[in-house]
Design a protein. Structure first.
Length: 149
């Protein structure tokens, strides 16, 4: 499941490049996953609302960008850097879906200094992070592993 989403994101990035909104990338990856013919046992959901409950009352909802196989959230960002808040957002989706794995994909652009003529150029990049939770006697632990940069 991870590799299918990762490959779809890389294909989309190669085709579209940088500079689009999160929604454009989300729809393009969803389209690529459909084109990939994932089979009947692999489905994705786009724009599904997950209810947030407090004291057994529904107090709101959150919407992950994609949910793979009804359990793994995939969140897309278009930012210069991923923050702890971004990771906690995916972790929140994972908790609501009762699944211990999620993906955070950042379609970013980084500036680098070109030495030959001393001016900044845009170096497009894609960052893919795998977020995993596990429980310990000290509480929930979130591990973040960069799969592609």
């Amino acid at each position: 499941m991870l590799s299918r989403v990762r490959n779809a994101a890389l294909k989309v990035y190669e085709a579209l490049g940088h500079g689009h909104t999160e929604l454009v990338y989300t729809r393009a990856v969803a389209s690529e996953l459909c084109r990939d013919n994932l089979g009947p046992d692999s489905i994705y959901e786009f724009g599904k609302r997950l209810p947030v409950r407090y004291n057994d009352n529904k107090v709101g909802y959150v919407i992950p960008d994609l949910i793979m196989d009804g359990k793994m959230p995939v969140d897309f960002k278009v930012k210069e850097h991923i923050t702890a808040y971004d990771v906690s957002q995916v972790s929140k989706y994972m908790k609501l879906l009762k699944y211990d794995l999620g993906l955070l994909i950042n379609f970013t652009q980084l500036s680098r200094r070109r030495i030959s003529n001393n001016y900044s150029t845009v170096d497009p990049s894609i960052q893919i992070y795998c977020i995993e939770t596990s429980s310990s006697k000290y509480g929930t632990i979130h591990s973040v592993e960069e799969l592609y940069k």
